[in-house]
Design a protein around this ligand. Structure first.
Ligand SMILES: *Cc1c(COP(=O)(O)O)cnc(C)c1O
Length: 423
């Protein structure tokens, strides 16, 4: 399951400038050492249990099972992890490793802000200095997450180069790391980037799949299929990891089909028309690229799946056929949010709802005495600004207008008082 010297088949690798070789090699060695260090592993397990709240529950979904009429539906409630999603598993693992390496400063990239929030929280927990690079466009669009990062004491640096989005934030983080690796670790947010990041992120996220495996064995549940959404690929590869080298269960990855099959309408790196092999930001994989190798625009209702690249191990396992990929439209993801909220009392994040929608499609193909396990990578509270305009547009608009009015009417003195100021 581990890479062969950084490669998964022909994908992966370490395509970086000379200055980044040293920090990557150093990281490789430190990871290897930490995984065999009882003190590190004990400390990691304690934080996973007491701070993240592991193990997260595995919920049987009886009404969904009955309505869908096939395999037994189970939901891994990863959204109950502290900070609301699986990203904290990786952020805590890397931040702790950085501490063992003697680093005092953490940097991270973030797009929608979810990885930035997880990293900021992990740094606050472990007493590390934290700087998050975020495209200026994303900073403007994702204020709730910027506010959360600052609440955890992180510094958010708006990136003004290029398209001022995630890609540019990654470039800026790489530049910072190359210049400061003596005291700084770069916490990359998904199972991609140059080696050893894809292996390392999978290892820290494999806690999800290991818990599912153990719990199913304990309850005597036979798994027929496992379904996860795939952005960069961290929740899916962690969820699938204990089963990759076995023939069963079926492993299904749900990609963002957005609003259609044309360029700019989706983020379908495995199933889409514009899927191409390439080397981008340090690794070889499948990307949405034009014929000249330039990155193409992407679209998804879920910010976390809206990315032009996919982790190299997923690209390899998709090509070999071990992982099946499904294309899920925005509309289908929204329907899945409603379905699981109304029938099971579980509010999926829009990303995770892509997995829910894929499970709804394949449930009937799985025998009734076997399970379909869905990874709910995150909970949906964060999506209220996206789901409300869809489900109740008039009421939401009136709410925002009244909030704005309230804000404008407020006297400055009022806010100063709340902050303990005396002006
Ligand atoms: C970021 C995110 C994803 C996508 O990232 P992966 O690395 O593919 O897991 C999925 N779900 C949630 C809730 C996220 O925040």
């Amino acid at each position: 399951m581990n890479s062969d010297n950084g490669f998964f088949g022909k994908y992966g690798g370490k395509y970086v400038a000379e200055v980044l070789r040293r920090p990557l090699d150093e990281l490789d060695a430190a990871l290897e050492k930490a995984l065999h260090d009882k003190k590190f592993m004990d400390e990691l397990h304690t934080i996973q249990k007491d701070y993240i709240g592991r193990a997260t529950p595995l919920l049987f979904a009886p009404r969904a099972t009955e309505i869908l009429g096939g395999g037994q539906i189970y939901i891994k409630l990863e959204g109950l992890a502290n900070t609301g999603a699986h990203k904290i598993n990786n952020a805590i693992g890397q931040a702790l490793l950085a501490k063992y390496m003697g680093k005092t400063r953490i940097i991270a990239e973030t797009g929608a802000g979810q990885h930035g929030v997880a990293t900021a929280a992990a740094c606050a927990k472990l007493g590390l200095d934290c700087t998050v690079y975020m495209g200026e466009v994303d900073v403007r669009r994702q204020q709730p997450n910027v506010a959360a990062m600052e609440m955890y004491g992180a510094k958010v640096c708006p990136v003004t180069s290029g398209s001022r989005t995630l890609k540019d934030a990654v470039n800026e983080a790489m530049r910072d790391w190359a210049a400061n690796f003596e005291n700084t670790h770069y916490v990359l947010g998904s199972a991609l980037g140059p080696a050893p990041f894809p292996d390392m992120v999978r290892i820290f996220q494999s806690v999800i799949g290991n818990e599912v495996k153990e719990e199913c064995e304990k309850r005597g549940v036979k798994i027929g299929a496992m379904v996860a959404c795939v952005g960069g690929g961290s929740n899916s590869i962690g969820f699938f990891s204990p089963f990759i080298d076995e023939k069963s269960p079926r492993l299904i990855g749900a990609e963002a089909g957005g609003i259609g099959p044309n360029v700019g309408e989706n983020a379908s790196r495995m199933t889409g028309n514009a899927s191409r092999e390439g080397i981008v930001q340090g690794y070889k994989s499948r990307f949405l690229l034009d014929e000249d190798g330039q990155s193409l625009p992407t679209r998804s209702i879920s910010a976390g799946l809206d990315y032009m690249g996919i982790g190299p191990q997923l690209a390899e396992l998709g090509t070999s056929g071990r992982i099946e990929f499904m294309n899920i439209l925005d509309k289908e993801a929204l329907e899945a949010v409603s379905f699981f909220a109304k029938n099971e009392g579980v509010l999926f994040a829009l990303e995770s709802a892509h997995a829910g929608a894929a499970a709804m499609k394949i449930a009937k193909q799985v025998p009734k005495d076997q399970a379909v396990v869905i990874n709910m990578s995150g909970r949906g509270d964060k999506d209220i600004f996206i789901t409300s305009p869809v489900f109740r547009p008039k009421e939401w608009k009136a709410f925002l207008e009244s909030e704005l009015e309230r804000l404008n009417e407020q006297k400055d003195i009022h806010n100063a008082k709340l902050m303990g100021g005396d002006k």
